[in-house]
Design a protein around this ligand. Structure first.
Ligand code: ZN
Length: 169
């Protein structure tokens, strides 16, 4: 079990604003990265999601805490049936987007700052799980916004780059 430091803006802007690269499923570091992301997310007070760049690793992986977002998954979701506290997304891609919402979001890498951000309301995502199996999943609500923020992280985009209303939170 390894809880890694979560890097923050602006000190680590050069990493957080960089583009993460696609993961090779044979990457020998992959199991350790996944485990460290899980341990680090579960050690936060209320983090919904965490992307690999936030622990200094520029690879396309993020994790979500299942108990915070389970109501925002489809009832027949395979992810809901999985016996896991933390959901793993490797090389994720949003394949469809529907609707628009404007909600305030915070980020573990920018503590104390919230930004009102325009996001798609419902998204469908394609990704691989920690075993390399490809899956498709539909998200709404908090889960949809969290997935969009985590994929932003993989593309070097932070909540403050959305130029919404910024406030302390
Ligand atoms: Zn974030």
């Amino acid at each position: 079990m390894t809880i890694r430091p979560i890097i923050s803006y602006p000190q680590f802007e050069h990493i957080l604003k960089d583009m993460a690269i696609a993961v090779q499923m044979v990457d020998p570091d992959l199991p350790q990265i996944v485990q460290d992301l899980k341990d680090t997310l579960l050690a936060t007070a209320n983090g919904v999601g965490l992307a690999a760049p936030q622990i200094g690793i520029l690879k396309r992986i993020f994790v979500l805490r299942k108990d915070y977002i389970k109501d925002d998954l489809a009832e027949d979701s395979e992810l809901l049936q999985a016996q896991a506290e933390v959901l793993v997304f490797i090389n994720p891609k949003i394949v469809t987007r529907k609707g628009i919402v404007h909600e305030e979001e915070g980020c573990l890498s920018i503590p104390g700052t919230c930004v009102k951000i325009e996001r798609a309301k419902v998204i469908k995502v394609r990704a691989r799980d920690a075993h390399g199996e490809q899956f498709y999943e539909k998200f709404k609500g908090l889960a949809a916004r969290a997935v969009q923020q985590e994929i932003d992280h993989l593309n070097g985009i932070l909540i403050i780059d959305h130029h919404g209303g910024v406030k302390e939170c």
